[in-house]
Design a protein around this ligand. Structure first.
Ligand SMILES: [Fe+2]
Ligand SMILES: [Fe+2]
Length: 538
Protein backbone atom coordinates (compact mmCIF):
# COMPACT_ATOMS: atom_id res chain seq x y z
CA UNK A 1 0.00 0.00 0.00
CA UNK A 2 1.41 3.39 -0.97
CA UNK A 3 2.04 5.90 1.79
CA UNK A 4 1.37 9.60 1.59
CA UNK A 5 2.43 12.44 3.90
CA UNK A 6 -0.88 11.98 5.75
CA UNK A 7 -0.52 8.24 6.18
CA UNK A 8 -1.29 5.12 4.19
CA UNK A 9 -3.24 5.81 0.99
CA UNK A 10 -6.79 4.44 0.97
CA UNK A 11 -7.37 2.17 -2.06
CA UNK A 12 -9.81 3.46 -4.64
CA UNK A 13 -12.15 0.52 -4.04
CA UNK A 14 -12.39 1.52 -0.36
CA UNK A 15 -12.97 5.19 -1.12
CA UNK A 16 -16.02 4.33 -3.21
CA UNK A 17 -17.43 1.97 -0.54
CA UNK A 18 -20.40 4.31 0.27
CA UNK A 19 -21.47 3.94 -3.36
CA UNK A 20 -21.35 0.13 -3.44
CA UNK A 21 -25.15 -0.12 -3.24
CA UNK A 22 -25.55 2.27 -6.15
CA UNK A 23 -22.89 0.52 -8.25
CA UNK A 24 -24.46 -2.90 -7.62
CA UNK A 25 -27.98 -1.66 -8.40
CA UNK A 26 -26.93 0.23 -11.53
CA UNK A 27 -24.87 -2.62 -13.01
CA UNK A 28 -27.63 -5.18 -12.40
CA UNK A 29 -30.37 -2.84 -13.67
CA UNK A 30 -28.51 -2.05 -16.90
CA UNK A 31 -27.49 -5.65 -17.54
CA UNK A 32 -31.00 -6.99 -16.93
CA UNK A 33 -32.37 -4.50 -19.45
CA UNK A 34 -29.66 -5.54 -21.88
CA UNK A 35 -30.22 -9.27 -21.45
CA UNK A 36 -33.98 -9.51 -20.97
CA UNK A 37 -35.62 -6.57 -22.79
CA UNK A 38 -36.59 -8.93 -25.66
CA UNK A 39 -39.17 -10.59 -23.44
CA UNK A 40 -41.19 -7.42 -22.68
CA UNK A 41 -43.59 -5.78 -25.08
CA UNK A 42 -42.80 -2.10 -24.47
CA UNK A 43 -39.46 -1.40 -26.12
CA UNK A 44 -39.24 2.39 -26.52
CA UNK A 45 -36.84 4.75 -24.75
CA UNK A 46 -39.29 5.74 -22.04
CA UNK A 47 -40.25 2.17 -21.01
CA UNK A 48 -36.54 1.33 -20.95
CA UNK A 49 -35.78 4.26 -18.63
CA UNK A 50 -38.77 3.30 -16.49
CA UNK A 51 -37.67 -0.33 -16.12
CA UNK A 52 -34.03 0.51 -15.45
CA UNK A 53 -35.02 3.09 -12.81
CA UNK A 54 -37.45 0.63 -11.23
CA UNK A 55 -34.79 -2.07 -11.12
CA UNK A 56 -32.20 0.35 -9.78
CA UNK A 57 -34.32 1.37 -6.80
CA UNK A 58 -35.49 -2.19 -6.11
CA UNK A 59 -31.98 -3.62 -6.06
CA UNK A 60 -30.59 -0.68 -4.11
CA UNK A 61 -33.23 -1.24 -1.42
CA UNK A 62 -32.33 -4.96 -1.19
CA UNK A 63 -28.60 -4.16 -0.85
CA UNK A 64 -29.29 -1.43 1.72
CA UNK A 65 -31.61 -3.66 3.73
CA UNK A 66 -29.01 -6.44 3.88
CA UNK A 67 -26.22 -4.00 4.81
CA UNK A 68 -28.23 -2.53 7.68
CA UNK A 69 -29.70 -5.82 8.90
CA UNK A 70 -26.88 -8.34 8.64
CA UNK A 71 -23.38 -7.99 10.00
CA UNK A 72 -22.31 -10.85 7.77
CA UNK A 73 -23.26 -8.82 4.70
CA UNK A 74 -20.34 -6.40 4.34
CA UNK A 75 -19.23 -6.92 0.74
CA UNK A 76 -15.74 -5.92 -0.33
CA UNK A 77 -15.39 -4.65 -3.88
CA UNK A 78 -14.42 -8.17 -4.95
CA UNK A 79 -17.54 -9.60 -3.28
CA UNK A 80 -19.70 -6.98 -4.93
CA UNK A 81 -18.30 -7.87 -8.33
CA UNK A 82 -18.79 -11.60 -7.67
CA UNK A 83 -22.41 -10.97 -6.67
CA UNK A 84 -23.05 -8.77 -9.71
CA UNK A 85 -21.36 -11.26 -12.02
CA UNK A 86 -23.45 -14.16 -10.73
CA UNK A 87 -26.69 -12.18 -11.09
CA UNK A 88 -25.68 -11.22 -14.62
CA UNK A 89 -24.84 -14.88 -15.30
CA UNK A 90 -28.31 -15.84 -14.07
CA UNK A 91 -29.86 -13.36 -16.47
CA UNK A 92 -27.98 -14.97 -19.35
CA UNK A 93 -29.26 -18.38 -18.20
CA UNK A 94 -32.81 -16.99 -18.06
CA UNK A 95 -32.36 -15.53 -21.53
CA UNK A 96 -31.01 -18.82 -22.86
CA UNK A 97 -33.76 -20.83 -21.15
CA UNK A 98 -36.52 -18.69 -22.58
CA UNK A 99 -35.01 -18.64 -26.08
CA UNK A 100 -34.59 -22.44 -26.02
CA UNK A 101 -38.12 -22.89 -24.69
CA UNK A 102 -39.53 -20.74 -27.46
CA UNK A 103 -37.47 -22.58 -30.11
CA UNK A 104 -38.52 -26.01 -28.82
CA UNK A 105 -42.16 -25.00 -28.81
CA UNK A 106 -42.13 -23.57 -32.32
CA UNK A 107 -40.03 -26.34 -33.84
CA UNK A 108 -42.07 -29.13 -32.24
CA UNK A 109 -45.28 -27.41 -33.28
CA UNK A 110 -43.99 -27.20 -36.83
CA UNK A 111 -43.01 -30.88 -36.71
CA UNK A 112 -46.50 -31.79 -35.62
CA UNK A 113 -46.07 -32.87 -32.02
CA UNK A 114 -46.16 -31.26 -28.54
CA UNK A 115 -49.03 -29.09 -29.81
CA UNK A 116 -50.32 -28.04 -26.42
CA UNK A 117 -47.02 -27.10 -24.80
CA UNK A 118 -46.76 -23.40 -24.03
CA UNK A 119 -43.32 -21.67 -24.24
CA UNK A 120 -43.79 -20.57 -20.60
CA UNK A 121 -43.89 -24.24 -19.46
CA UNK A 122 -40.20 -24.59 -20.24
CA UNK A 123 -39.44 -21.86 -17.69
CA UNK A 124 -39.59 -24.39 -14.86
CA UNK A 125 -36.48 -25.99 -16.28
CA UNK A 126 -34.42 -22.77 -15.93
CA UNK A 127 -31.85 -23.22 -13.11
CA UNK A 128 -32.64 -19.96 -11.30
CA UNK A 129 -31.02 -21.20 -8.06
CA UNK A 130 -27.54 -21.92 -9.46
CA UNK A 131 -26.19 -18.47 -8.53
CA UNK A 132 -27.51 -18.85 -5.02
CA UNK A 133 -25.66 -22.16 -4.65
CA UNK A 134 -22.38 -20.61 -5.77
CA UNK A 135 -22.82 -17.60 -3.48
CA UNK A 136 -23.55 -19.83 -0.50
CA UNK A 137 -20.34 -21.76 -1.19
CA UNK A 138 -18.06 -18.72 -1.56
CA UNK A 139 -19.67 -15.95 0.51
CA UNK A 140 -22.45 -17.33 2.64
CA UNK A 141 -26.17 -17.23 3.24
CA UNK A 142 -26.73 -13.47 3.28
CA UNK A 143 -25.25 -13.01 -0.17
CA UNK A 144 -27.42 -15.84 -1.44
CA UNK A 145 -30.45 -14.06 0.06
CA UNK A 146 -29.60 -10.78 -1.70
CA UNK A 147 -29.12 -12.69 -4.96
CA UNK A 148 -32.44 -14.55 -4.57
CA UNK A 149 -34.45 -11.39 -3.94
CA UNK A 150 -32.69 -9.50 -6.73
CA UNK A 151 -33.38 -12.28 -9.23
CA UNK A 152 -37.03 -12.43 -8.13
CA UNK A 153 -37.39 -8.67 -8.81
CA UNK A 154 -35.71 -9.04 -12.20
CA UNK A 155 -37.90 -12.00 -13.16
CA UNK A 156 -41.00 -10.15 -11.92
CA UNK A 157 -40.32 -7.15 -14.15
CA UNK A 158 -39.08 -8.99 -17.26
CA UNK A 159 -41.57 -11.89 -17.31
CA UNK A 160 -44.78 -9.95 -16.63
CA UNK A 161 -47.17 -12.72 -17.67
CA UNK A 162 -45.74 -15.34 -15.30
CA UNK A 163 -46.18 -14.20 -11.69
CA UNK A 164 -45.59 -17.73 -10.32
CA UNK A 165 -41.92 -17.38 -11.26
CA UNK A 166 -41.36 -14.80 -8.50
CA UNK A 167 -42.05 -17.14 -5.54
CA UNK A 168 -40.51 -19.98 -7.58
CA UNK A 169 -37.19 -18.12 -7.85
CA UNK A 170 -37.18 -17.10 -4.18
CA UNK A 171 -38.12 -20.53 -2.82
CA UNK A 172 -35.74 -22.57 -4.97
CA UNK A 173 -32.84 -20.13 -4.40
CA UNK A 174 -33.28 -20.02 -0.65
CA UNK A 175 -33.60 -23.80 -0.40
CA UNK A 176 -30.46 -24.10 -2.50
CA UNK A 177 -28.52 -21.86 -0.12
CA UNK A 178 -29.81 -23.64 2.99
CA UNK A 179 -29.05 -27.06 1.50
CA UNK A 180 -25.43 -26.11 1.02
CA UNK A 181 -24.92 -24.69 4.51
CA UNK A 182 -23.32 -27.98 5.55
CA UNK A 183 -20.84 -28.15 2.71
CA UNK A 184 -18.66 -31.19 3.38
CA UNK A 185 -18.22 -32.89 0.00
CA UNK A 186 -18.87 -32.48 -3.71
CA UNK A 187 -22.01 -34.58 -3.25
CA UNK A 188 -23.45 -31.64 -1.29
CA UNK A 189 -24.22 -30.05 -4.66
CA UNK A 190 -26.25 -33.07 -5.69
CA UNK A 191 -28.16 -33.08 -2.41
CA UNK A 192 -28.85 -29.37 -2.86
CA UNK A 193 -30.01 -30.08 -6.42
CA UNK A 194 -32.39 -32.76 -5.15
CA UNK A 195 -33.82 -30.33 -2.58
CA UNK A 196 -34.30 -27.70 -5.29
CA UNK A 197 -36.28 -30.21 -7.37
CA UNK A 198 -38.36 -31.20 -4.36
CA UNK A 199 -39.33 -27.56 -3.80
CA UNK A 200 -39.81 -26.85 -7.50
CA UNK A 201 -42.21 -29.77 -7.88
CA UNK A 202 -45.09 -28.45 -5.71
CA UNK A 203 -44.86 -25.07 -7.44
CA UNK A 204 -45.16 -26.80 -10.77
CA UNK A 205 -48.09 -28.93 -9.65
CA UNK A 206 -49.86 -25.81 -8.35
CA UNK A 207 -49.33 -24.06 -11.68
CA UNK A 208 -50.78 -27.12 -13.47
CA UNK A 209 -53.83 -27.17 -11.21
CA UNK A 210 -54.29 -23.41 -11.57
CA UNK A 211 -54.25 -23.66 -15.36
CA UNK A 212 -56.54 -26.73 -15.30
CA UNK A 213 -54.18 -28.73 -17.54
CA UNK A 214 -53.87 -31.78 -15.33
CA UNK A 215 -53.35 -34.65 -17.77
CA UNK A 216 -51.60 -33.06 -20.70
CA UNK A 217 -48.15 -33.06 -22.34
CA UNK A 218 -47.77 -29.48 -21.10
CA UNK A 219 -48.11 -30.71 -17.49
CA UNK A 220 -45.53 -33.43 -18.11
CA UNK A 221 -43.10 -30.87 -19.56
CA UNK A 222 -43.50 -28.67 -16.46
CA UNK A 223 -42.93 -31.60 -14.06
CA UNK A 224 -39.87 -32.84 -15.94
CA UNK A 225 -38.60 -29.26 -16.08
CA UNK A 226 -38.92 -28.83 -12.32
CA UNK A 227 -37.05 -32.08 -11.69
CA UNK A 228 -34.34 -31.19 -14.21
CA UNK A 229 -33.82 -27.68 -12.83
CA UNK A 230 -32.32 -29.06 -9.60
CA UNK A 231 -29.88 -31.24 -11.50
CA UNK A 232 -28.92 -28.33 -13.75
CA UNK A 233 -28.34 -26.08 -10.72
CA UNK A 234 -26.04 -28.67 -9.11
CA UNK A 235 -24.19 -29.18 -12.39
CA UNK A 236 -23.66 -25.45 -13.04
CA UNK A 237 -22.70 -24.59 -9.45
CA UNK A 238 -20.20 -27.43 -9.10
CA UNK A 239 -18.53 -26.23 -12.31
CA UNK A 240 -18.61 -22.49 -11.60
CA UNK A 241 -17.55 -22.48 -7.92
CA UNK A 242 -13.97 -23.66 -8.64
CA UNK A 243 -13.64 -20.77 -11.11
CA UNK A 244 -14.41 -18.32 -8.31
CA UNK A 245 -11.98 -20.19 -6.03
CA UNK A 246 -9.22 -19.98 -8.61
CA UNK A 247 -9.74 -16.52 -10.12
CA UNK A 248 -11.43 -14.78 -7.19
CA UNK A 249 -9.31 -16.29 -4.42
CA UNK A 250 -12.37 -17.48 -2.51
CA UNK A 251 -12.02 -20.30 -0.01
CA UNK A 252 -14.91 -22.72 0.27
CA UNK A 253 -15.46 -25.16 3.11
CA UNK A 254 -14.64 -27.93 0.67
CA UNK A 255 -11.19 -26.51 -0.03
CA UNK A 256 -10.57 -26.23 3.71
CA UNK A 257 -11.63 -29.84 4.24
CA UNK A 258 -9.21 -30.91 1.53
CA UNK A 259 -6.47 -29.04 3.40
CA UNK A 260 -7.31 -30.78 6.65
CA UNK A 261 -6.78 -34.31 5.35
CA UNK A 262 -3.36 -34.44 7.10
CA UNK A 263 -1.76 -34.95 3.72
CA UNK A 264 -0.94 -31.28 3.72
CA UNK A 265 2.87 -30.82 3.72
CA UNK A 266 2.77 -28.50 6.74
CA UNK A 267 0.74 -30.93 8.83
CA UNK A 268 2.90 -33.86 7.77
CA UNK A 269 6.01 -31.89 8.75
CA UNK A 270 4.42 -30.85 12.04
CA UNK A 271 3.66 -34.48 12.95
CA UNK A 272 7.33 -35.38 12.40
CA UNK A 273 9.08 -32.30 13.83
CA UNK A 274 6.72 -31.55 16.72
CA UNK A 275 4.53 -34.59 17.51
CA UNK A 276 3.39 -33.09 20.81
CA UNK A 277 2.15 -29.95 19.07
CA UNK A 278 0.51 -32.07 16.37
CA UNK A 279 -1.38 -34.03 19.02
CA UNK A 280 -2.39 -30.81 20.79
CA UNK A 281 -3.68 -29.41 17.48
CA UNK A 282 -5.71 -32.53 16.69
CA UNK A 283 -7.44 -32.53 20.08
CA UNK A 284 -8.11 -28.83 19.71
CA UNK A 285 -9.59 -29.55 16.29
CA UNK A 286 -12.24 -31.76 17.90
CA UNK A 287 -12.94 -29.20 20.61
CA UNK A 288 -13.32 -26.18 18.35
CA UNK A 289 -15.37 -28.02 15.74
CA UNK A 290 -17.90 -29.05 18.34
CA UNK A 291 -17.98 -25.59 19.95
CA UNK A 292 -18.26 -23.74 16.63
CA UNK A 293 -21.15 -25.99 15.66
CA UNK A 294 -22.87 -25.25 18.96
CA UNK A 295 -22.74 -21.46 18.51
CA UNK A 296 -23.51 -21.41 14.79
CA UNK A 297 -19.96 -20.43 13.76
CA UNK A 298 -18.16 -22.22 10.92
CA UNK A 299 -16.89 -25.56 12.31
CA UNK A 300 -14.67 -26.23 9.29
CA UNK A 301 -12.78 -22.94 9.61
CA UNK A 302 -12.40 -23.54 13.35
CA UNK A 303 -11.08 -27.10 12.91
CA UNK A 304 -8.64 -26.26 10.13
CA UNK A 305 -7.53 -23.19 12.11
CA UNK A 306 -6.76 -25.49 15.04
CA UNK A 307 -4.66 -27.78 12.84
CA UNK A 308 -2.53 -24.89 11.58
CA UNK A 309 -2.46 -22.53 14.57
CA UNK A 310 0.89 -23.70 15.99
CA UNK A 311 2.74 -24.72 12.82
CA UNK A 312 5.41 -22.13 13.69
CA UNK A 313 6.50 -24.35 16.58
CA UNK A 314 8.06 -26.85 14.21
CA UNK A 315 10.99 -24.44 13.68
CA UNK A 316 12.11 -24.82 17.33
CA UNK A 317 9.95 -27.65 18.66
CA UNK A 318 12.06 -28.51 21.72
CA UNK A 319 11.46 -25.10 23.28
CA UNK A 320 7.78 -25.97 23.72
CA UNK A 321 6.69 -28.07 26.66
CA UNK A 322 4.54 -30.54 24.74
CA UNK A 323 7.57 -31.62 22.67
CA UNK A 324 10.05 -31.88 25.54
CA UNK A 325 11.11 -35.02 27.35
CA UNK A 326 10.51 -34.91 31.14
CA UNK A 327 14.09 -34.12 32.19
CA UNK A 328 14.92 -31.67 29.47
CA UNK A 329 14.27 -27.95 29.47
CA UNK A 330 16.14 -25.81 26.99
CA UNK A 331 14.99 -22.62 28.67
CA UNK A 332 17.16 -23.33 31.74
CA UNK A 333 20.19 -22.00 29.88
CA UNK A 334 18.45 -18.91 28.47
CA UNK A 335 17.54 -15.52 29.84
CA UNK A 336 13.83 -14.90 30.39
CA UNK A 337 13.69 -12.33 27.60
CA UNK A 338 15.37 -14.76 25.18
CA UNK A 339 12.94 -17.54 26.18
CA UNK A 340 10.01 -15.18 25.62
CA UNK A 341 11.43 -14.17 22.25
CA UNK A 342 11.58 -17.83 21.14
CA UNK A 343 8.09 -18.54 22.42
CA UNK A 344 6.68 -15.44 20.70
CA UNK A 345 8.48 -16.26 17.46
CA UNK A 346 6.25 -19.30 16.80
CA UNK A 347 3.56 -16.84 15.73
CA UNK A 348 5.80 -15.04 13.22
CA UNK A 349 7.29 -18.34 11.99
CA UNK A 350 3.80 -19.78 11.60
CA UNK A 351 2.67 -16.85 9.45
CA UNK A 352 5.77 -17.20 7.26
CA UNK A 353 5.23 -20.94 6.77
CA UNK A 354 1.54 -20.40 6.03
CA UNK A 355 2.34 -17.78 3.38
CA UNK A 356 4.99 -19.96 1.81
CA UNK A 357 2.53 -22.84 1.49
CA UNK A 358 -0.31 -20.53 0.37
CA UNK A 359 -2.54 -21.36 3.30
CA UNK A 360 -5.78 -19.35 2.83
CA UNK A 361 -5.79 -15.96 4.58
CA UNK A 362 -8.75 -16.93 6.76
CA UNK A 363 -6.60 -19.67 8.36
CA UNK A 364 -3.37 -17.66 8.38
CA UNK A 365 -5.16 -14.89 10.32
CA UNK A 366 -5.89 -17.34 13.12
CA UNK A 367 -2.17 -17.91 13.79
CA UNK A 368 -1.50 -14.52 15.44
CA UNK A 369 -5.04 -14.27 16.77
CA UNK A 370 -4.90 -17.48 18.83
CA UNK A 371 -2.67 -15.67 21.33
CA UNK A 372 -4.07 -12.18 20.76
CA UNK A 373 -2.17 -9.60 22.79
CA UNK A 374 -1.76 -11.82 25.83
CA UNK A 375 1.31 -11.88 28.05
CA UNK A 376 3.65 -14.89 28.40
CA UNK A 377 3.15 -14.79 32.12
CA UNK A 378 5.52 -17.49 33.21
CA UNK A 379 8.57 -15.71 31.84
CA UNK A 380 7.25 -12.25 32.69
CA UNK A 381 6.75 -13.30 36.31
CA UNK A 382 10.19 -14.90 36.31
CA UNK A 383 11.72 -11.67 34.96
CA UNK A 384 9.91 -9.65 37.65
CA UNK A 385 11.17 -12.04 40.35
CA UNK A 386 14.73 -11.72 39.03
CA UNK A 387 14.46 -7.92 38.98
CA UNK A 388 13.29 -7.89 42.60
CA UNK A 389 16.07 -10.28 43.63
CA UNK A 390 18.54 -7.83 42.08
CA UNK A 391 17.04 -4.95 44.03
CA UNK A 392 15.30 -3.45 40.99
CA UNK A 393 11.72 -2.32 40.61
CA UNK A 394 9.44 -4.60 38.56
CA UNK A 395 8.60 -1.60 36.39
CA UNK A 396 12.09 -1.95 34.91
CA UNK A 397 10.93 -5.17 33.21
CA UNK A 398 9.71 -4.34 29.72
CA UNK A 399 6.35 -6.12 29.45
CA UNK A 400 6.30 -5.64 25.66
CA UNK A 401 9.07 -8.26 25.42
CA UNK A 402 6.68 -10.78 26.96
CA UNK A 403 3.55 -9.81 25.03
CA UNK A 404 2.27 -11.44 21.86
CA UNK A 405 1.89 -9.01 18.95
CA UNK A 406 -1.83 -9.67 18.32
CA UNK A 407 -4.29 -8.85 16.94
CA UNK A 408 -6.96 -10.12 19.30
CA UNK A 409 -9.33 -12.73 17.83
CA UNK A 410 -11.44 -11.02 15.17
CA UNK A 411 -13.96 -13.78 14.56
CA UNK A 412 -15.94 -16.22 16.66
CA UNK A 413 -13.89 -19.10 15.26
CA UNK A 414 -10.63 -17.40 16.30
CA UNK A 415 -12.06 -16.64 19.75
CA UNK A 416 -13.04 -20.27 20.24
CA UNK A 417 -9.57 -21.30 19.10
CA UNK A 418 -7.93 -19.07 21.70
CA UNK A 419 -10.10 -20.61 24.43
CA UNK A 420 -9.42 -24.16 23.29
CA UNK A 421 -5.66 -23.53 23.13
CA UNK A 422 -5.31 -22.82 26.84
CA UNK A 423 -7.93 -25.34 27.94
CA UNK A 424 -6.50 -28.28 25.98
CA UNK A 425 -3.03 -27.63 27.40
CA UNK A 426 -4.30 -27.20 30.94
CA UNK A 427 -6.47 -30.33 30.77
CA UNK A 428 -3.33 -32.42 30.38
CA UNK A 429 -2.17 -31.32 33.81
CA UNK A 430 -5.31 -32.60 35.58
CA UNK A 431 -4.22 -35.53 37.73
CA UNK A 432 -7.72 -37.06 37.85
CA UNK A 433 -9.69 -35.73 34.90
CA UNK A 434 -13.18 -36.41 36.20
CA UNK A 435 -16.17 -34.70 34.64
CA UNK A 436 -16.56 -32.14 37.42
CA UNK A 437 -12.89 -31.25 37.36
CA UNK A 438 -12.92 -30.84 33.59
CA UNK A 439 -16.06 -28.74 33.86
CA UNK A 440 -14.53 -26.54 36.56
CA UNK A 441 -11.34 -26.13 34.55
CA UNK A 442 -13.20 -25.19 31.38
CA UNK A 443 -15.43 -22.70 33.18
CA UNK A 444 -12.58 -21.06 34.99
CA UNK A 445 -10.33 -20.74 31.96
CA UNK A 446 -13.09 -19.30 29.78
CA UNK A 447 -13.86 -16.77 32.46
CA UNK A 448 -10.22 -15.74 32.69
CA UNK A 449 -9.86 -15.14 28.98
CA UNK A 450 -13.19 -13.31 28.92
CA UNK A 451 -12.17 -11.07 31.83
CA UNK A 452 -8.82 -10.32 30.16
CA UNK A 453 -10.62 -8.59 27.29
CA UNK A 454 -9.00 -10.78 24.63
CA UNK A 455 -12.41 -11.78 23.27
CA UNK A 456 -13.81 -8.26 22.96
CA UNK A 457 -13.32 -8.09 19.18
CA UNK A 458 -14.43 -11.65 18.46
CA UNK A 459 -18.24 -11.16 18.53
CA UNK A 460 -18.62 -14.08 20.94
CA UNK A 461 -21.56 -13.44 23.26
CA UNK A 462 -22.03 -14.69 26.81
CA UNK A 463 -24.55 -17.18 25.50
CA UNK A 464 -21.95 -18.39 22.99
CA UNK A 465 -19.39 -18.81 25.80
CA UNK A 466 -21.89 -20.90 27.74
CA UNK A 467 -22.33 -23.23 24.75
CA UNK A 468 -18.58 -23.29 24.13
CA UNK A 469 -18.00 -24.36 27.75
CA UNK A 470 -20.53 -27.19 27.41
CA UNK A 471 -18.99 -28.39 24.16
CA UNK A 472 -15.42 -28.31 25.47
CA UNK A 473 -16.46 -30.23 28.60
CA UNK A 474 -18.24 -32.85 26.51
CA UNK A 475 -15.32 -33.37 24.14
CA UNK A 476 -12.64 -33.42 26.84
CA UNK A 477 -14.58 -35.77 29.11
CA UNK A 478 -15.11 -38.02 26.08
CA UNK A 479 -11.36 -38.05 25.47
CA UNK A 480 -10.54 -38.85 29.07
CA UNK A 481 -13.36 -41.44 29.34
CA UNK A 482 -14.27 -40.33 32.81
CA UNK A 483 -17.72 -40.42 34.33
CA UNK A 484 -19.10 -38.98 37.50
CA UNK A 485 -22.59 -38.99 38.95
CA UNK A 486 -23.09 -35.21 39.03
CA UNK A 487 -21.13 -32.05 38.46
CA UNK A 488 -20.02 -29.80 41.29
CA UNK A 489 -20.36 -26.03 40.99
CA UNK A 490 -17.35 -24.28 39.52
CA UNK A 491 -16.34 -22.59 42.79
CA UNK A 492 -15.94 -25.98 44.47
CA UNK A 493 -13.06 -26.96 42.25
CA UNK A 494 -10.26 -27.69 44.63
CA UNK A 495 -6.94 -25.98 44.92
CA UNK A 496 -5.09 -28.77 43.17
CA UNK A 497 -7.09 -28.22 40.00
CA UNK A 498 -6.82 -24.48 40.32
CA UNK A 499 -3.06 -24.62 40.11
CA UNK A 500 -3.17 -27.18 37.35
CA UNK A 501 -5.35 -24.86 35.32
CA UNK A 502 -2.51 -22.41 34.94
CA UNK A 503 -0.93 -24.66 32.31
CA UNK A 504 -0.16 -23.59 28.81
CA UNK A 505 1.69 -25.68 26.32
CA UNK A 506 3.39 -22.74 24.69
CA UNK A 507 5.89 -22.34 27.53
CA UNK A 508 8.89 -24.51 27.53
CA UNK A 509 9.29 -25.37 31.17
CA UNK A 510 7.78 -28.80 31.59
CA UNK A 511 8.74 -29.08 35.24
CA UNK A 512 6.89 -25.91 36.03
CA UNK A 513 3.81 -26.55 33.95
CA UNK A 514 1.49 -25.90 36.85
CA UNK A 515 2.77 -22.36 37.19
CA UNK A 516 2.42 -21.41 33.60
CA UNK A 517 0.01 -18.90 32.28
CA UNK A 518 -3.10 -19.25 30.26
CA UNK A 519 -2.84 -17.91 26.75
CA UNK A 520 -4.63 -14.58 26.75
CA UNK A 521 -4.87 -14.37 30.51
CA UNK A 522 -5.45 -10.93 31.96
CA UNK A 523 -2.40 -9.69 33.78
CA UNK A 524 -3.72 -8.24 37.02
CA UNK A 525 -6.34 -10.73 38.17
CA UNK A 526 -5.15 -14.29 38.68
CA UNK A 527 -8.15 -15.55 40.59
CA UNK A 528 -11.61 -15.71 39.18
CA UNK A 529 -14.43 -14.31 41.23
CA UNK A 530 -17.75 -16.06 41.70
CA UNK A 531 -19.43 -12.96 40.28
CA UNK A 532 -17.51 -13.35 37.03
CA UNK A 533 -18.66 -16.95 36.75
CA UNK A 534 -22.24 -15.89 37.34
CA UNK A 535 -21.94 -13.20 34.68
CA UNK A 536 -20.95 -15.84 32.21
CA UNK A 537 -23.88 -17.98 33.27
CA UNK A 538 -21.53 -20.86 34.00
FE1 LIG B 1 0.53 -20.98 20.06
FE1 LIG C 1 -1.57 -24.13 20.72
Amino acid sequence: MANTARGPAIPFTERIRPFYGGIFALLCALSSELALRHFVDAKGALPTIGRVTMMFFSLYVIHRFATVSYRAYRPSFRDLMALTLLIFGSMLIIWLGKVLGFSLTTSSFAAGYLHDVSPASWNFMIPFAAASLVLQAILGLHYALVCSLSLAFIVGIYTPGEPILIPYVIATSLVAALSLSRFRSRSAYLRAGLNISLVALPFTLCSIITDGQIVTVDAAVRIIGALASGVLCAFIASGVTPLFEYFGGYVTDLRLIEMATLDHPLLKELSIQAPGTWNHSMVMGMMVESAADAVGANPVIARVGAYFHDIGKMKKPLYFVENQSPNENRHDKLSTSMSALIIRSHVKDGIELARKQRVPAIIEDMIPQHHGTSVIEYFYDKACAEAEANGLDVSTVDISLYTYPGPKPQTREAGILMLADGIEAASRTLSEPTLDRIQGLVQKMINKVFASGQLEESELTLRDLHHVAKSFTRVLSGIYHQRIAYAEPAEKVNEEDASAEEGSNDVGDSSSAKKQEVSGEERPGKEVSKEDLKRLGL
